[in-house]
Design a protein. Structure first.
Length: 537
């Protein structure tokens, strides 16, 4: 199979929202993903309906969704670390196969009449495990399937696929349950994973060869948390996502009751409202590339937040079904534009070696914010009423955007995060055990005193790279006897972790290093020294 980022010679480049679909692997995965996502929504409908037949109590029915979502909160970060340590393609194939077997087992048990409430919850939990393992790796492979300049459109198309499935899946699932029973929805969901597995099996993924052994799982988790902690760009995305999702979750949480109690709609009417939202999301996917070319990311995301606030306010003020449907269509467009823009900002802020871990944290913030926001506005609606909860959500969205004005998204072309290690092993005497440490690294600079302030500013930028890539501590010191002599020092957990620092350097990092070293006026390059902790006997 050809390189996924390759365009065949006879295919003219398209500048529109669809151009990533000219990449064979991305196109095949996108189509297979829609089918699989539709199957997942059918599964959700079938499982919830089946539990109402097996044990029609509010607790057990609600536990179906809990069993589906709990694995994500427990396993997302370990799954992200695993996706950065092992081959992502193989991990995706394993997780897809696991979900196929879980759904097939549930389908067979249901059709044979052998399923029990506990069995339904266990197999739903197993499906959730597969989904948790799948999600970070799936997010991380998108930049591998398309060139960097097509990443915004690819992310929009992925969001559109999810919303198309969100609109169509429940309706199809309800029809299948009504005609053939819930067991059939489980088997159809199992079959939907086959297409994804087939595409992944044929994908010839380019591998980045490392001279070093793979990270262990717990070390990878620590490295991922450390990277997120010291990445200004990624923390900006997380703050912006949380400020939106806490209040933007209100329509999702309250729309079923709003449709039934306030608007007097039945299941088909509720499904139609979800359909309006999905159609709006598709329209948003079409509009986003043009919006990004016409204006800044800040204006696009601010407009999306205010647009979603406006539809929340409309839901809180009107009882007109047509107006509600129109508002939800606009809300679907705003939802996709905002989350796709934040997803792109997150993808553009992290290099390949830590991408799945970073995206796992991003997903945790989004889904965790959804859970907290849904519970909060559910409580508010119980204490006051549903329209008032919508109005408070609209106010919260506006205030949240005002508060996050000090967290602007980066503008301009994305950073060049291609690996640029220029790997040279540190000069050492003898061999050192990989786990020996901690390691103290020092660099000596000679700086023109008149440029000391500019040098310190450049070193602060470099410090973030050192800390993101593995340093536990970092410091810059000036010689008390020679005011033009500076010492940079940082401590790394172990010798192998310092060697990994060499491999984690990107082209953008190299530019930051070059700017800092340019202030050095010594006759020779800055002197680098490595000290390894000596264990006292």
């Amino acid at each position: 199979m050809s390189n996924p980022a390759e365009v065949r010679p006879y295919e003219p480049l398209d500048v529109g929202a669809w151009r990533p679909l000219r990449r064979p692997v991305f196109r095949a995965l996108w189509i297979a993903t829609i089918a699989s996502a539709v199957g997942t929504w059918m599964q959700d409908v079938g499982a919830s309906w089946l539990m109402t037949s097996l044990a029609p109590t509010p607790l057990l029915v609600s536990l179906v969704q809990a069993a589906s979502n709990l694995p994500f909160f427990v396993l997302a970060l370990p799954a992200g670390a695993l996706a950065d340590v092992v081959d992502r393609r193989r991990l995706l194939m394993v997780s897809q196969a696991w979900m196929l077997l879980s759904a097939a087992a549930l389908g067979v048990l249901t059709l044979s009449g052998a399923v029990t409430p506990v069995g339904l919850l266990i197999l739903t939990f197993c499906l959730g495990i597969g989904s948790a393992l799948n999600a970070p790796a799936w997010q991380a492979i998108t930049p591998e399937l398309v060139p960097r300049e097509e990443l915004p459109e690819a992310i929009s198309l992925n969001g559109m696929a999810m919303n198309v499935a969100r609109a169509a899946g429940p309706a199809i699932g309800g029809s299948v349950v009504g005609m053939f029973g819930p067991g059939t929805t489980f088997l159809l969901n199992a079959a939907s994973f086959l297409g994804v597995i087939a595409v992944l099996a044929g994908w010839k993924r380019l591998q980045h060869e490392s001279r070093l052994p793979a990270e262990d799982l717990f070390g990878a988790i620590r490295a991922g948390i450390r990277y997120v902690r010291h990445s200004t760009e990624l923390k900006t995305v997380l703050v912006r996502a949380l400020s939106f999702i806490l209040f933007g979750s209100a329509p999702w949480a309250l729309l079923p009751l709003f449709a039934r109690r306030t608007l007097g709609l039945g299941p088909s009417g509720y499904g139609a409202l979800l359909g309006f939202f999905g159609v709006g999301a598709v329209a948003g996917a079409f509009c986003l590339p043009r919006l990004r070319r016409a204006t800044s990311a800040e204006r696009v995301t601010t407009g999306a937040v205010l647009g979603f606030a406006a539809i929340s306010l409309v839901l809180g003020l009107t009882r007109n079904v047509k107006l509600v449907g129109l508002a939800l269509g606009i809300g679907g467009a705003a939802w996709l534009i905002l989350l796709a823009s934040l997803n792109l900002a997150a993808q553009s802020a992290v290099p390949s070696w830590v991408r799945a871990r970073a995206m796992a944290v991003h997903l945790l913030v989004v889904f965790g914010g959804m859970a907290i926001g849904s519970a909060t506005f559910g409580t508010i609606a119980t204490l006051i009423d549903i329209p008032a909860a919508f109005q408070l959500a609209a106010l919260g969205l506006v205030l949240g955007r005002i508060v996050t004005l000090r967290f602007p998204l980066p503008e301009g072309p994305p950073l060049d995060l291609t690996p640029d290690p220029r790997w040279n092993a540190p000069a050492v005497a003898g061999e050192h055990a990989p786990d020996r440490g901690p390691v103290l690294v020092t660099l000596e600079y000679v700086i023109d005193p008149e440029r000391a302030t500019d040098f310190a500013r450049a070193m602060r930028e470099l410090s973030r790279i050192r800390l993101r890539d593995g340093a536990l501590r970092w410091g810059l010191f000036v010689d008390a006897a020679k005011s033009n002599h500076y010492l940079e020092s940082f401590v790394v957990e172990s010798w192998i972790e310092h060697l990994r620092q060499h491999e984690r350097i990107t082209a953008a990092d190299r530019e930051v290093q070059a700017r800092a070293v340019a202030y050095h006026v010594g006759a020779t390059p800055p002197r680098v020294t490595h000290y390894i902790h000596e264990r006292m006997q």
